[in-house]
Structures are given as structure tokens and as C-alpha cells.
Design a protein around this ligand. Structure first.
Ligand code: KG4
Length: 337
């Protein structure tokens, strides 16, 4: 256990958290959502610039709130990947600068480990477990037989589920990020549009969202060409049933095959109310514990990076200052850099 400063900048949140012996002292998140909204998605170059502008301010605020000085910390942790290359670089350079100036160990953290371990702010993980990380950039099903042991059994073959929500929202004229408005409107709609289930009939834990996105776009354009009005709540409900249904199907199969003690959700899409409902029902039916992160911890933040870093600190998994970011870092290689 130690005093950890953790930096996260993999996408569109500049975030710094400080933990002492596992206790969260500060967790400052500066989100860029408003800026990216007008483009209907994250613009990588703008994201990097905003991280560069914000990182010192966020760092300062986190230190002040925690009443901690940089010389007091035991280690500096940072998200090394996966994520946007320029965005990751800003966080890593800040972390390296602190490590070098104050002679502190540098701990590179895998972003998806962060989404999984965020749940430890609520309760301890129990193994074997199935981790389902669903976000704007990732959709993965991971079996963990112990702490920091990861076996990816399924992942998206193309787009991430959150990315699909955001693109479907854009074609329906809904604001970015699209997850929340689609989730909300689905509650007012009915499943009336026929959208094919991706990878139907295939024996796989993989996911696929590119075809589903194209199906919605084509359907909307066809209706518009015929002069018919799209019923937006019904389209949201029809889309959400298929998008979330695919994840639920994979979870159901994995519970049976791997006999897991619990299913742990993580990532921005784990805020989805339909997913939370359906996975909870599945847990009751199969007598499997379902661990759902607190809402504040579903989107990117430094607290989740600090939670992983505490374990890596105990294992002395420190990196040399020569390391670089890895936008495609695989979770199985979380200790290779
Ligand atoms: O984890 P996150 O903050 O960023 C990445 O690491 O990608 O996830 C953001 C994603 C966005 O695509 C957003 O639309 C989606 O999470 N999201 C949701 C909901 N809230 C956020 N998707 C479905 N339902 C929601 N309620």
C-alpha cells in the first residue's frame, strides 16, 4: 500500500486521482465532451490539444484536494494504452516528468484493467470471474482466474459497442455521446424495426457492431427516401435490444462454460440501464453474482487507474523512463512494456 498519483488521458477525459493505502483522496476529471459534441464524436487531434492544455490544471487541483505534495507520493501511475496515441502521450509525458523530477517509480497501467478494478471501490473481486468491458473504444469479454490474470475470450471484430451507439445517435439526430439519449428514448419506444443480429449462428464469444450500425443507417435512409418519418424511440429500442442482446447472449454462454463466480461490468456502456437490468436478471436466473460499477466510475477517471496501480506497486512493476505509449496494448500483456 502506498500514496499513488494516477493519470488518465486515453480518450476525451483528462483525469488525475490520488489514493493513500487504497483510500481515494481526490479524483479530478475534466471532460471534453462539450467540445467533441459538435463533431458527433471524438476528434483525436483536438483531444490531444485539450489534454495538453488541461493536464497541469487537473494535476494541481488533485494535489490540492488531497492535500498532498508531489515529493510525498510513492509512485506515479499512468494509462499507457489502449487509446488515442496523441492523447496517451500527454498523460505519459506528464507522468515521466514527475517521475524524473521527484525520482519516483513510474507505473504503466492498462486502461481496461482500470475499468475492471474500478469495481473494487465497491467490493473485492472474486475469482473466477467474467469481466465485460464495454466502452466507446473497447468491447471485450475477459476471464480472470486470479488478480491480474487475463484471458480474452471474445472481443469486437470491428467497432466497439459505444462507438456504434454514438454513430446510430448521430444518424437519428441525437446528441453525442449517443449512449444516454438512446438509453432514455428506448424506454418510450417499442421494438418495431427488424435489425439482424450480428454473427448469428456462429459459435463465438466475439462481438460485431459495424454491420448493425450500417443496418440502422440504411434503414433510416430508405425510410427518408420513401418520405416516411423514422419513429426515433422505436428505432432506439429496436437497436438497443439487438446491441445489448448480443452482449447478454455472450455473458450467458460464458457463465455456463466457465462456471464463473461473478460477472463484472466496466466501461462507459456499463451505465446502460437495459444492460444493467438484463445482466441482473441473468445473475438471478443462474445464481451468479453480478458486479456493476458505481455510475461515477463507469466513464474514464484516474481513480480506476490508481486502483490497479496499487496492486502493481506491491509487485514492483515499474517501468523505465524510456517507455512509450501503446495505443493497441493487449490486456494479456499488461506487464510487458
Ligand atoms: O468508457 P468511456 O467513457 O470511454 C471510452 O473509454 O471509450 O465510454 C464512453 C462511451 C460512449 O460511447 C457513450 O455513448 C457510452 O459510453 N455510454 C453509453 C451510456 N452512457 C455512456 N452507452 C449506452 N448506454 C448508456 N447509458
Amino acid at each position: 500500500m502506498a500514496l499513488i498519483l494516477a493519470i488518465e488521458s486515453s480518450c476525451d477525459e483528462t483525469a488525475v486521482a490520488i489514493t493513500r493505502d487504497g483510500e481515494l483522496l481526490s479524483n479530478i476529471v475534466s471532460t471534453q465532451i462539450e467540445v467533441h459534441r459538435k463533431y458527433g464524436g471524438v476528434m483525436p487531434e483536438i483531444a490531444s490539444r485539450l489534454h495538453a492544455e488541461n493536464i497541469s490544471v487537473v494535476l494541481h487541483e488533485a494535489l490540492e484536494k488531497a492535500n498532498v505534495k508531489l515529493e510525498d507520493i510513492d509512485a506515479v501511475a499512468v494509462t499507457r494504452g489502449p487509446g488515442l496515441i496523441g492523447a496517451l502521450h500527454v498523460g505519459l509525458q506528464a507522468a515521466k516528468t514527475i517521475a524524473m523530477l521527484y525520482n519516483k517509480p513510474l507505473i504503466p497501467v492498462h486502461h481496461l484493467c482500470g475499468h475492471i478494478y474500478a469495481n473494487e471501490y465497491n467490493e473485492k473481486l472474486e475469482f473466477p470471474l467474467l469481466a465485460v468491458v464495454v466502452s466507446g473504444g473497447n468491447s471485450e469479454l475477459i476471464i480472470m482466474k486470479d488478480h491480474l490474470s487475463f484471458e480474452v475470450i471474445g472481443e469486437t471484430r470491428d467497432d466497439a459497442i459505444g462507438e456504434c451507439y454514438d454513430k446510430v445517435a448521430r444518424v437519428l439526430g441525437l446528441p453525442y455521446p449517443g449512449g444516454v439519449p438512446i438509453d432514455k428514448l428506448s424506454k418510450e419506444g417499442e421494438h418495431t424495426y427488424n435489425l439482424p443480429t450480428p454473427l448469428k449462428g456462429e459459435h463465438t464469444y466475439d462481438l460485431s457492431y459495424s454491420g448493425l450500425k450500417t443496418n440502422v443507417i440504411n434503414l433510416v435512409h430508405n425510410l427518408e427516401q420513401k418520405g416516411e418519418k423514422v419513429n426515433v424511440p422505436n428505432m432506439c429500442k429496436s437497436f438497443q435490444d439487438v446491441a445489448v442482446g448480443l452482449v447478454i447472449d455472450r455473458i450467458k454462454k460464458a457463465i455456463e462454460e466457465y462456471e464463473v463466480k461473478e460477472v463484472v461490468l466496466g466501461g462507459g456502456v456499463s451505465a446502460n440501464s437495459y444492460l444493467r437490468e438484463e445482466v441482473s436478471k441473468l445473475g438471478e436466473k443462474t445464481r451468479t453474482k453480478i458486479v456493476i460499477p458505481p455510475l461515477w466510475c463507469t466513464t474514464d477517471n484516474g481513480a480506476m487507474i490508481a486502483k490497479v496501480a496499487e496492486r502493481l506497486y506491491d509487485r514492483k512493476l515499474f517501468a523505465p523512463l524510456t517507455i512509450s505509449v501503446d495505443p493497441n496494448w493487449r490486456i494479456e500483456d499488461y506487464d510487458k512494456f
